[in-house]
Design a protein around this ligand. Structure first.
Ligand code: GLU
Length: 478
């Protein structure tokens, strides 16, 4: 059996991060099993569906690196891949159901149905369709249709329990009588969601349906339809809900929910995928940072977690930082350069200096655009007003360090140096320790306060050799 899976978004908005997660799981599973991953556009909600959303969703999926084997833009043997182009298929399949006695034309008006529903609710009965049109004769139906009466197609639901095994939720039982006869085709020829999904999944030979937990209740109607078509249902995996920290369903209230926004905020696609992958699934080697697209056969359907996954932007940001760190240094440089203001001195420095600078600060950023703020420690002549700095400045040892370093910096300037070296810095600190007999906190914070005008910051031996000598000179005289 060739595994065939699908992602079936409705083009009614931008790609949601939950949708991206579903698409990724499907693609990873297809890859792991040597199968095919299909993109199907579920655009039967004609009022809300728009082509621009389909296009932007496909673009965002591509940005993430999720590419489909079959779909509306690339074709395939089982097309068309847009539901709006499959109306003839839904009609033919509905006729099959009618012929087999599993569905029938229903001529009841909306008003009649609403009145019956209200009555049922009042009498505390399940508001199921009462079956009025179920037993119309072929002649009655033909003559009503011929006289132009509008009809929906309604499915004749069996009164029995339905059971299936879900990869995530285990054994799921739908007790008898949960649904009555339901509509599968509207009078205007547009199929109802549960019906279209079954026709599509069956005719596209889908073997596994991996989708969000909110679709679990739909599985009942879908199982009924598979049975009526004498088709084997696919295997199901209903992946856990995404929720905010307040345990409510993830929505715009919790922050950005569309992939487009993450792209604009400069997240790395692999980092976003990595984070989404961990929301409801765990790596077999317990890894937190990895590229999902390289999981290969490590991805399987047995490692999903049932519990709802809490969306935590801080963790996502951390993972983004981890992915930045792992990039080649030249790539990080190219990316951070784009985010540093064009007038910044950084751009005037030579390549070697820039690489050294990126090497030091790359571990401290979660985003490329965070980089510029770390450069202050190399270029600013501002003086900290923090209590720790003022304390370090007030020690009686600190002016001695300042006096010594002033002499050293002047020697370096006279020698024509643009920067001091790590060796110079080591000699300075040895001198302060050995000759001036200043040790511990007084040594390290004292040197830092004199050389940077700050009380805390990255290791001096890394930043002092990158600080232009004229900046060190200015600081020492302030
Ligand atoms: N079109 C549905 C949605 O956007 C997906 C249906 C399914 O995966 O079965 O939620």
């Amino acid at each position: 059996m060739t595994v065939r899976v699908r992602f079936a978004p409705s083009p009614t908005g931008y790609l949601h991060i939950g949708g991206a997660r579903t698409a990724m799981y499907n693609q990873l599973f297809a890859k792991a099993m040597g199968g095919k991953y299909i993109l199907r556009i579920e655009d039967t909600d004609t009022e809300r569906s728009e082509r621009k959303y389909e296009e932007s969703q496909i673009e965002d999926l591509k940005w993430l690196g999720i590419t489909h084997d079959e779909g509306p833009d690339v074709g395939g043997e089982y097309g068309p891949y847009r539901q709006s182009e499959r109306l003839h298929i839904y009609k033919t399949w509905a006729e099959k159901l009618i012929d087999k006695g599993h569905a029938y034309h229903c001529f009841c008006s909306e008003e009649e149905l609403t009145a019956k529903k209200e009555l049922a609710e009042k009498e505390k009965r399940a508001p199921h369709y009462d079956g009025k049109c179920r037993n119309l004769t072929v002649e009655e139906v033909t003559s009503k249709l011929a006289s132009g009466e509008e009809a929906v197609v309604r499915f004749h639901a069996q009164r029995k329990a339905y059971v299936f095994n879900d990869y995530v939720r285990g054994r799921v039982v739908f007790p008898e009588g949960m649904v009555g006869d339901f509509v599968i085709m509207r009078a205007n020829g547009i199929p109802v969601y549960n019906y279209a999904v079954v026709v599509d999944d069956a005719s596209m030979k889908i073997t596994h349906v991996i989708r969000a937990e909110e679709h679990l209740p739909n599985t009942l109607r879908q199982l009924m339809l598979y049975e009526a078509f004498s088709e084997t249902p696919p295997e199901f995996a209903h992946v856990s809900l995404l929720i905010g920290e307040d345990r409510q369903k993830l929505s715009k209230r919790h922050g950005a929910t569309s992939v487009t926004l993450y792209k604009e905020m400069n997240y790395l696609p692999n980092a976003l995928l990595n984070y989404l992958c961990l929301l409801g699934w765990s790596h077999p080697n317990e890894l937190d940072v990895f590229n999902p697209l390289e999981l290969g056969t490590l991805f399987n359907l047995d490692r999903f977690t049932k519990a709802a996954a809490i969306y935590d932007v801080k963790k996502l940001d951390f993972i983004n930082g981890q992915h930045i760190k792992a990039l080649p240094i030249e790539t990080i440089l190219t990316e951070v350069e784009k985010t540093i203001p064009s007038t910044h001195q950084f751009h005037k420095m030579d390549h070697e200096w820039k690489i050294a600078c990126v090497t030091i600060f790359k571990d401290q950023i979660n985003f490329f655009q965070d980089f510029a703020s770390h450069l202050d420690v190399l270029f600013t002549t501002e003086v900290s007003t923090s209590a720790d700095y003022l304390e370090a400045k007030s020690w009686e040892t600190t002016p001695k360090i300042r006096e010594y370093l002033e002499g050293e910096i002047n020697i370096a300037i006279v020698a024509g140096k643009k920067f001091v070296t790590v060796e110079d810095y080591n000699i300075w600190s040895e001198h302060v320790k050995g000759e001036l007999k200043i040790k511990g906190k007084q040594l390290f914070m004292g040197m830092r306060s004199v050389l940077t005008h700050q009380a805390h910051g990255p290791e001096l031996k890394f930043i002092i050799p990158l600080t232009p000598i004229e900046i060190l000179e200015k600081r020492i005289h302030l």
